[in-house]
Design a binder for this molecule. Structure first.
Ligand code: 5GP
Length: 194
């Protein structure tokens, strides 16, 4: 998605060898116009998949996921990383190792929000080693729902996540695919939607 790649070139900052900081439009301050365009693109590429629910994980997946849900006209549910006292229903839970926080946390979704015949589209801000996505897939397996695809805003293609998801036979659409970081600059691979 050229609009997204241009924005990454303009405002993304490479940190160390493998982290991209995009807090000006995605992970802290959010550009809702860009998120709306991203949501619309996901809705277009998964238009024929019969999606009944969009799933993501807090926090930065929520903005693109809500606009994808709006464009597909289906509910959006996000997995929570911390349990609070209002979560007294039956839960789907799994452990997810966070690439950026370097720690494992329990993520959960109330069972009542995922139905057995749901066709789920998983959305997230980044695909790195695939741990967040695989965790969400496990939650959907617990609910006996079907994952019909995954939409990633930014994929770091030099990490393992893409392979993990494709090995499962899943449809993956990443709107910006980063081949490598070179001297602090982002080099893109061909995006899945182009
Ligand atoms: P994975 O689970 O695929 O290893 O990592 C994906 C998760 O880690 C995303 O939900 C995102 O929050 C975070 N993440 C991974 N790589 C980056 C990165 O380069 N920049 C930022 N801002 N977050 C990242």
């Amino acid at each position: 998605m050229k609009l997204l790649e241009d924005r990454i070139h303009l405002e993304g900052r490479v940190l160390g060898n493998d982290i991209l900081k995009v807090d000006r439009f995605l992970t802290h301050q959010i550009d809702y116009k860009l998120m709306k365009a991203i949501g619309k693109r996901f809705a277009d590429v998964f238009a024929d998949s019969g999606v009944t629910k969009v799933i993501t994980i807090e926090a930065s997946g929520i903005a693109p996921a809500i606009y994808a849900a709006e464009a597909l006209d289906v509910p959006m549910v996000f997995a929570k990383k911390a349990k609070n006292i209002t979560m007294n229903d039956e839960l789907l839970t799994t452990e997810v190792y966070s690439f950026t926080k370097k720690m494992t946390s329990t993520v959960q979704i109330s069972k009542k929000f995922i139905e057995e015949n749901d066709k789920v589209l998983i959305i997230d801000d980044f695909l790195a080693n695939g741990q967040a996505a695989l965790g969400l897939i496990k939650l959907m397996e617990q609910a006996n729902s079907e994952v019909v695809g995954l939409g990633m805003v930014i994929e770091k293609s030099f990490q393992d996540g893409r392979k993990q998801l494709l090995d499962k036979g899943l449809k993956l659409v990443s709107l910006a695919r980063i081949e490598k970081f070179e001297k602090g600059e982002v080099v893109f691979a061909k995006a899945d939607d182009s």
